[in-house]
Design a protein around this ligand. Structure first.
Ligand code: NAG
Length: 118
C-alpha cells in the first residue's frame, strides 16, 4: 500500500515539474559547446483593457559575432496563459534576433530571454 502512495506522489511531482518547465518558449536547440551570449528581462506591467506589446532585438557589434543556436524564453508572469513571444527575424543560425512579446488583454508580461550560441 505504502509504495503505491509513494509511486503516486512521484508521478504527481513529475507532472507538476513538467508544468513549470513548459512555461516558456524555445527557438532552436542548445548543443554542448554553446554558451550564454546574453540574458535579457523583458517585463511590462498590464494596462487596463489593453494588449501590451514590445520588441527586443539582439545584435552583436564584435568583429567576430557568434552564431545563435537557441533562444530560450522563460515566462515568469503569474497569469501568463495567452502571453506569447514570437521570433520575427534572425534567431538560430544567424547572428541577430528580433523578438516580439505580446500579452493578453489587461495583462502584462515578464519574459527572461536567454540567447545561446557558439
Ligand atoms: C520578473 O520575474 C523575475 C523572476 O521571477 C522577478 O525577479 C522580477 O522581479 C519580475 N519582474 C517584474 C517587473 O515583475
Amino acid at each position: 500500500m505504502m509504495w503505491k502512495i509513494v509511486a503516486l506522489l512521484v508521478v504527481v511531482l513529475a507532472l507538476s515539474l513538467q508544468e513549470v518547465r513548459s512555461k516558456g518558449t524555445e527557438f532552436g536547440v542548445r548543443i554542448p559547446m554553446d554558451f550564454l551570449l546574453t540574458r535579457y528581462n523583458m517585463a511590462e506591467p498590464g494596462k487596463f483593457l489593453r494588449i501590451t506589446e514590445k520588441d527586443w532585438t539582439f545584435e552583436q557589434t564584435a568583429p567576430k559575432p557568434h552564431s545563435i543556436s537557441a533562444i530560450i524564453v522563460l515566462d515568469s508572469y503569474e497569469k501568463s496563459e495567452g502571453n506569447t513571444v514570437a521570433l520575427l527575424k534572425g534567431g538560430p543560425g544567424s547572428q541577430f534576433a528580433k523578438l516580439h512579446a505580446k500579452s493578453q488583454r489587461g495583462h502584462g508580461f515578464n519574459f527572461t530571454i536567454d540567447v545561446y550560441g557558439h
